[in-house]
Design a protein around this ligand. Structure first.
Ligand code: ADP
Ligand code: MG
Length: 356
């Protein structure tokens, strides 16, 4: 019997619905339950073929436990190593390199010194920082937000350099990014599961929380929706996330990726609404079963993104010599984690994104 476990924190609606959905499918030798752990010994497996991780971003003990489970063969969704490594600023750089538009963004040193550091620890930085160049590049209005944040915490909109310094001075030890505001006509939040299943949800971030998912008057611009889908898949395949959301703000018809580092995205029925909730529950259950069937005990069963794979095989992130073809929306669903590097891939003529 292969077990699928879900590891979660305060959330209520999604974990139970997920477990019930997997079990209702009556897959032979596959069952789902809430993860239960009463000891964690080095190099010893947990009794799960698959674990969906919804909480290790807030519980460092769980992150280490999941890495230990992974080396013993559990397919952890999402890869706990990658999730420990990336953050929003790096992800923006990756997006740029693969041709997905992102707002102009700069990284800022924390206003206060991190614990156990002093001025001496920062002798490689020039003070004052080159604020005129930074403000010229980003422009105003701008957003300032933590490089690894979520849930709208410490996200500020600002209109001038005075406004910036007032807010920046209060940001303590947070590492912040300053980002161009995309003044948008439309905004989308997209679920992506397994790097291939995509649900595009039109979203109105200016509405109160429970009214943000637009149910009426959603765009019918198929070309825009196709571009968004292609970007969602590319970002998740390059990052190597199995479960993530990507937000886009559309300006002059161009979707800019705003927030795509959400590996434990809100899936509560009260915020996403009944229809989106049903999609997430069904798709997560289907995908977890796929992973359980593929899981091979005792070996690495994690998904690694194209960024890591191309680095480890010494191949370019995006091949510039590849034959140019019009994009096909279909992603590769079988990214190999081992084997010979693919040096020739079809590249979308507009974005430079490799097609599988
Ligand atoms: N560059 C931007 N342009 C326009 N709106 C933005 C931008 N950055 C953030 N926002 C707004 O602020 C909200 C929260 O920012 P986001 O980057 O999603 O942070 P979090 O990860 O905390 O959700 C977004 O949903 C969006 O409404
Ligand atoms: Mg967000």
């Amino acid at each position: 019997m292969k077990k699928i476990g879900i590891l979660f924190g305060k959330e209520n609606s999604f974990p139970q619905a997920f477990v019930d959905r997997v079990n209702s499918k009556n897959e032979k030798d596959i069952t789902a339950e809430f993860v239960k752990v009463d000891k964690v010994f080095q190099g010893e497996p947990l009794d799960y073929a698959v674990i969906i991780d919804r909480i290790s971003q807030d519980v460092p003990f769980y992150r280490s436990m999941l890495k230990n489970a992974a080396i013993c063969g559990t397919a952890v969704i999402n890869n706990p190593f990658w999730w420990s490594a990336d953050e929003k600023f790096f992800n923006n750089a990756l997006a740029l390199k693969i041709g997905v538009p992102v707002p102009k963004t700069v990284l800022l040193p924390s206003k206060e010194h991190p614990d156990d550091t002093s001025e001496e620890s920062f002798r490689n930085l020039s003070y004052p920082f080159n604020w005129p160049a930074i403000f010229k590049y980003v422009g105003f209005p701008a957003y300032m937000k933590p490089f690894d944040g979520g849930g709208w915490k410490e996200v500020y909109k600002m209109h001038s350099s005075e406004d910036f310094f007032n807010k920046y001075n209060g940001t303590k030890q947070y590492v912040m990014m300053l980002q161009e505001e995309i003044i948008f006509t439309e905004y989308f939040r997209c679920y992506c599961i397994g790097g291939k299943y995509v649900k595009i949800m039109q979203y109105e971030p200016r509405n109160p929380f429970h009214e943000r998912y637009v149910t009426e008057g959603a765009t019918t611009d198929q070309k825009l929706l196709n571009t968004i889908k292609k970007y969602v898949i590319a970002l998740n395949q390059y990052l190597g996330y199995d479960f993530n959301t990507v937000e886009f703000a559309v300006r002059d018809g161009i979707p800019y990726a705003i927030d795509f580092c959400n590996p434990a995205p809100d899936a509560d029925v009260n915020s996403v609404g009944a229809e989106n909730f049903e999609w997430v529950v069904e798709t997560a259950a289907t995908y977890a079963i796929e992973r359980a069937k593929k899981q091979k005990p005792g070996q690495d069963n994690l998904i690694w993104g194209e960024y890591v794979k191309s680095s480890s095989t010494g191949s370019p992130l995006v091949s510039i010599q590849a034959p140019v073809k019009t994009a096909k929306a279909k992603p590769s669903t079988k990214a190999k984690t081992t084997g010979k590097a693919k040096t020739e891939k079809t590249v979308d003529e507009n974005t430079g994104i490799k097609e599988a």
